[in-house]
Write a protein that binds this ligand. Structure first.
Ligand SMILES: C[S@@+](CC[C@H](N)C(=O)[O-])C[C@H]1O[C@@H](n2cnc3c(N)ncnc32)[C@H](O)[C@@H]1O
Length: 230
């Protein structure tokens, strides 16, 4: 496995930013940039995979070209996991599939990439969902005082609800680098933050009216445990 990881890491060094998701994807698009990197959030990945059941099912929502998904297999708790990567941009999914065929041909039955959330969710519920650097508009919103006209809170909440519904009770939802906070949504009562794991989000955070929260991105939880059915 190590040789494949090294190969992927090398590719990442070549190609950190992989283009821009086009606006023709319409109103569902959240983050428009495809930037990703190999094993990008090791602290989050370790905390989450340590809590996975054996043979757990993980979704990488906004997976770009798949690095987040592939990186899961570096972690002991996810060695036997199934990973489903979803991205609205078909070019990213085509790249992710090509990487999987090249570097992970032996686990084709445990990794799936799709542009369709519906396909991802059909017949499965997840133990862990990552929504990392996707429920935001960055850097478009950088230093803006109000973002409601660019990325309204309702869009964030609507997408989060869909993800939350497909999570098992006891499962974990990770919202890292979102423009808004899960705790401000109506979903808050179904989740408990892992308060001992705080993250310095670099994407600016806003309240439900779209107004920037003073120092909001600093030291705020990113991992939430689902404690009851929606
Ligand atoms: C900055 S990348 C994040 C990649 C990866 N999660 C990471 O943190 O490295 C954001 C990705 O989200 C995707 N995206 C944006 N809106 C989406 C949506 N509604 N459904 C699925 N993917 C979406 C974009 O196409 C892009 O590839």
């Amino acid at each position: 496995m190590l040789d494949k990881n090294e190969a992927l890491e090398e590719r990442h060094n070549d190609k950190k930013t992989v283009g821009t998701t086009n606006s023709f994807f319409g109103e569902n698009v959240a983050q428009m940039y495809n930037s990703t990197s190999w094993n990008r959030y090791p602290k989050l990945f370790k905390e989450c995979t340590d809590r996975l059941p054996k043979n757990g099912i993980i979704m990488s929502f906004g997976c770009s070209i798949g690095y987040e998904g592939f990186s899961q297999f570096l972690y002991k708790g996810a060695e036997k996991a199934t990973v489903v990567g979803v991205d609205i941009n078909p070019e990213n999914i085509a790249d992710a599939k090509a990487l999987q065929e090249k570097y992970y041909p032996d686990i084709g039955d445990r990794i799936l990439f799709t542009t369709s959330l519906e396909v991802a969710m059909t017949g499965r519920r997840f133990d862990l969902i990552y929504a990392n650097s996707v429920l935001c508009r960055w850097k478009m919103t950088k230093d803006m005082e109000n973002i409601s006209h660019i990325y309204p809170f309702d869009e964030f909440e609507k997408m989060l609800r869909i993800l939350a519904e497909s999570l098992k009770v006891g499962g974990f939802l990770v919202v890292y680098n979102g423009n808004y906070r899960l705790t401000d949504t109506s979903l808050s009562k179904y989740f408990e933050p892992l308060v001992h794991v705080v993250e310095k989000h670099f994407v600016h955070q806003y309240d439900p009216q779209g107004n920037r929260v003073a120092d909001g991105e600093k030291n705020y939880p990113a991992i939430f445990k689902k404690i009851r059915e929606l």
